[in-house]
Design a binder for this molecule. Structure first.
Ligand code: PMP
Length: 430
C-alpha cells in the first residue's frame, strides 16, 4: 500500500471511524469479531483510499459492482445532470424519461424476445420479483399449480425470504425458519457430474405441471466462482422448453461486461425467459436492479383480472438517478470498448493466476471467466490468510470460504493486473 498522506494526519479519523463502526454498524454477511474493517473514504480509477490515508488497488470492484472504478467523470456528469433536472418520478401509473430510455436500451442489448423491464433496487429484489412474475404468469395462463421454483443447491440469488429459499446453504436458514415452501434445489453440474439430467429428474419428481421456473447463474458466484460447463445452459433451455418451464438467468454478477461478454448467457446462444441484473448495471454508483422478461411473459399481465397489469413493484422502481447512471454506464462500456477490454484483461488475469499460483502448495484450483476469477485453497483459513497478505501488499481481494475472488473493475490496466497477480503470488507463496 502507498501512503498518500501522513498517517498522523489521518489517525484520529481512522480510529474514530473504526470505533463508531463497531458500535453502530450491523454489517451484512460479516463476522462481528476480528480485525477492524477497512473503512474507505475516497477512490479514483481502480484505487481506493481508507480512513488512515492508505491507498489500495481494488481487486474485487467493491462487491463486484464498481465495474467502472471510482469517480468516473462520465458517470458523475450523468448523475449531476439528472439530479439537476428531475431526481425521479415514480413509475406507478406514470413514467420518467431515464427509466423509459434505459428499458429500451436493455431490450436492445439483451435482444428479442427479451423486451420488458421491471426495475428494482437490489439483486435480491430482482430475483424476488422474478419469482412472483413467473408464478403469476403461469396462474394467469390457467396453470396456477405451477409454483415450484428449482435452483442449484450452491447457487445464490439473494437474501430475502424467498430468494434465500433458493439456496441450500445453512447460512441462509439456520435459526430463521419457517422456510417458504415451493423451492427445490438440485446439484450443480460441478457437484453431481450428471449435468443437466439432474434438472430433468427433479422436474419429473416434482411433476412437470407443478414447476414454474429454473433459476441459474452462468458463473456461480457465492458458490465459488465456478463457470457453468459449456453446453449446460443450452441443455437446461431444452429441458425447460420440453416441460413448459420458464428459464431465469441471474446475471447480477456476470452481466454487463464482467465475463468479457455483454451477458454471459449470450456466449451459449440461448434466450432466457427472464434475466436479472444489478451490481454492474449502475457500476455501483447508485442502487438499481432490473428483471427483464420476454414479450410473451410481459403481455400476460395485461389480462390480470384484478389489475390488468403486474401486481408487484416499488416506490423507487426505475429511480431516475439510477436509470440515468445506468444509461451512462452502458454508453461508457460501449464507447470505451470495455467488453472486449474485459475479455483481454480477463485472459491476462486468468493466465497469470494459472501460471503462477496453480502449482503452489495449498492451491486446489484456479478458474473463472473474463474478469471474474476464483482461486480455491485447501482451507478457509488459508484463503483468508492470502487475502490478508494481499491487503498488506496494497491489493484488496476477499475470500468466501476456501475461495478467493478476484474481479477488478473492467477499466483495469495490464500493469494493474500484474500487480494483482504479483500480490496474490507473493501472499500464497509466503
Ligand atoms: N444474484 C447473484 C448472482 C448475486 O451474486 C447476488 C449478490 N451477491 C444477488 C443475486 C443479490 O444481490 P443483492 O446483494 O444486490 O441483493
Amino acid at each position: 500500500m502507498t501512503d498518500t498522506a501522513s498517517p498522523a494526519a489521518h489517525a484520529p479519523d481512522g480510529d474514530e471511524l473504526a470505533a463508531l463502526d463497531r458500535r453502530h454498524l450491523l454489517h451484512p454477511w460479516t463476522p462481528m469479531a476480528g480485525a477492524d474493517p477497512l473503512v474507505l473514504v475516497s477512490g479514483e480509477g481502480c484505487e481506493i483510499t481508507d480512513s488512515y490515508g492508505r491507498t489500495y488497488l481494488d481487486g474485487r470492484s467493491g462487491q463486484f459492482n464498481a465495474t467502472l472504478g471510482y469517480r468516473h467523470p462520465k458517470i458523475l456528469a450523468a448523475l449531476g445532470e439528472q439530479a439537476g433536472k428531475l431526481m425521479t418520478y415514480a413509475l406507478l401509473g406514470a413514467s420518467n424519461e431515464a427509466a423509459v430510455r434505459l428499458a429500451a436500451r436493455l431490450a436492445q442489448l439483451l435482444g428479442e424476445p427479451l423486451s420488458h423491464t421491471l426495475f428494482c433496487n437490489s439483486g435480491s429484489e430482482a430475483a424476488e420479483a422474478a419469482i412472483r412474475i413467473v408464478r403469476m404468469h403461469h396462474a394467469l395462463r390457467g396453470e396456477p399449480g405451477r409454483s415450484t421454483v428449482i435452483s442449484l443447491a450452491d447457487g445464490y440469488h439473494g437474501t430475502t425470504l424467498a430468494t434465500a429459499a433458493m439456496s441450500a446453504s445453512p447460512l441462509a436458514w439456520t435459526g430463521c425458519g419457517p422456510r417458504p415452501e415451493g423451492f427445490v434445489q438440485i446439484a450443480g453440474p460441478h457437484g453431481s457430474g450428471s449435468g443437466a439430467a439432474d434438472l430433468e429428474r427433479a422436474v419429473l419428481a416434482a411433476g412437470p405441471e407443478s414447476v414454474a421456473a429454473f433459476f441459474v447463474e452462468p458463473v456461480l458466484g457465492v458458490g465459488g466462482i465456478r463457470p457453468l460447463p459449456p453446453g449446460y445452459l443450452r441443455e437446461v433451455r431444452e429441458i425447460c422448453d420440453r416441460y413448459g418451464i420458464l428459464l431465469v438467468v441471474d446475471e447480477v454478477t456476470t452481466g454487463l461486461g464482467r465475463t468479457g461478454a455483454w451477458f454471459a448467457h449470450q456466449r451459449e446462444g440461448i434466450r432466457p425467459d427472464l434475466v436479472t441484473l444489478a451490481k454492474g448495471l449502475t457500476a455501483g454508483y447508485v442502487p438499481l436492479a432490473a428483471v427483464t422478461t420476454t414479450t410473451a411473459v410481459a403481455e400476460v399481465f395485461a389480462g390480470d383480472p384484478m389489475l390488468g397489469g403486474l401486481r408487484h413493484g416499488h416506490t423507487t422502481s426505475g429511480h431516475a438517478l439510477g436509470a440515468a447512471v445506468a444509461l451512462a454506464v452502458l454508453r461508457t462500456i460501449e464507447e470505451d470498448g470495455l467488453v472486449e477490454h474485459a475479455d483481454a484483461m480477463g485472459r491476462l488475469l486468468l493466465g497469470g493466476l494459472t501460471d503462477r499460483l496453480k502449482d503452489l502448495d495449498g492451491v486446489r484450483d484456479v478458474r473463472g471467466e473474463g474478469l471474474l476469477a476464483g482461486i480455491e485453497f485447501d482451507t478457509f483459513e488459508r484463503a483468508a490468510q492470502v487475502a490478508g497478505g494481499c491487503l498488506a501488499r496494497g491489493v484488496v481481494v476477499r475470500s468466501e470460504g476456501p475461495v478467493l475472488a478476484v474481479a477488478p473493475p473492467l477499466i483495469v490496466t495490464a500493469d494493474q493486473v500484474d500487480r494483482i497477480v504479483d500480490a496474490l503470488h507473493a501472499s500464497a507463496a509466503a
